[in-house]
Design a protein around this ligand. Sequence first.
Ligand SMILES: Cc1ncc(COP(=O)(O)O)c(C=O)c1O
Length: 385
Amino acid sequence: MNFFNVYPLMDIELVKGEGCWVYDSDGQKYLDLYGGHAVISVGHTHPLYVQRIRDQLDKISFYSNSVINRLQLELAEKLGKLSGYDDYQLFLCNSGAEATENALKIASFQNEKSKFIAFSRGFHGRTSRAVAVTDSPKYRAPADAVHNVAFFELGDLEGVEKSLQNDDVCAVIIEGIQGLGGIYEPSAEFLMGLRSLTEKYGAFLILDEIQSGYGRSGKFFAHQYVPGLRPDVITIAKGMGNGFPIGGILIRPDIEGWFGMSGTTFGGNHLACAAGIAVLDIMENENLLQNVTDVGNYFIQKLKEIGEAKEVRGKGLMIGIEFDHPIAEMRKKILREHHIFTGVASNPNVLRLLPPLTLSVEEADLFVKSLKEVIGQMKSPGVSV
Ligand SMILES: Cc1ncc(COP(=O)(O)O)c(C=O)c1O
């Protein structure tokens, strides 16, 4: 059977991972500054993570959401404590898109409205409602066109308010820091403005922290750089399971669920919870938020000092390096000649870095050195960029 051809593959087979490093089938070692789309949070094959999943496999790996699962309670308690949202409610699912779907759906159940506001360059997933609030028409099939969505530029509070005035907007959805779009941060004023406008007009404010959350920015959630900002719903996935598929939404305390309002077969299963608990324990034990802040600040400063990029953006270990030309060739050289994985963005001039949260200063230095060399080579006469 052939695979449905939707992924352009690199000619590399990875067979092993350890910390911030991965190894291919020829034994070649690579520095992983991409974490497979921001997924690897506590590092590849962290011993505690592996042990917890192994132990859980020996006990019970799955049962449905029709019985008590204490691991879910443990996960919720730890997540509440570490994130500062212990008064919120947790719904568990399996992926980012599913988290987006549930967030939008619960908002709509609650306020009985159906229009959404989203932002230019935003990405929220590929299922129907999630892709409808994603600013990328090419991902939308005709059947996804049934949703009513208005897009605005980040910062356009006036436009958002005009739309909200019609009183039909269910929710405003925004990423803590835009990831796939190319690492763009909404300003604190804009986020606070959205908070007061959504309150004024009875719409939900949904913070998509699927990529920017779980410590990636140096705070548990990127929106926590804005003091006092409390969204109605927060979506999570990616780093939550360090590669084990798990997602979720944090829901404002006063919203009441009812049986059947949402549900999933696999969401919150025993194995996924074991992975999720291990991630939170490691984050706490190893003080990873501090590591992300320290190494992230250092890394961003060193990248700026290279002096060749148009802009270096981001917070913590969510970094975008924008050049005034496409980065495709540069990225290829970094991979093939320096054996470092990096990421792209929908802005073709942006190189995106999303390493494990355990990255060290030495590993950051290695990339800075490699990037300088590649830039130097590409500036040499006869090499076009
Ligand atoms: C901000 C954001 N939201 C949602 C998603 C969708 O997550 P998933 O691919 O797990 O469905 C992504 C994935 O890249 C994302 O970056």
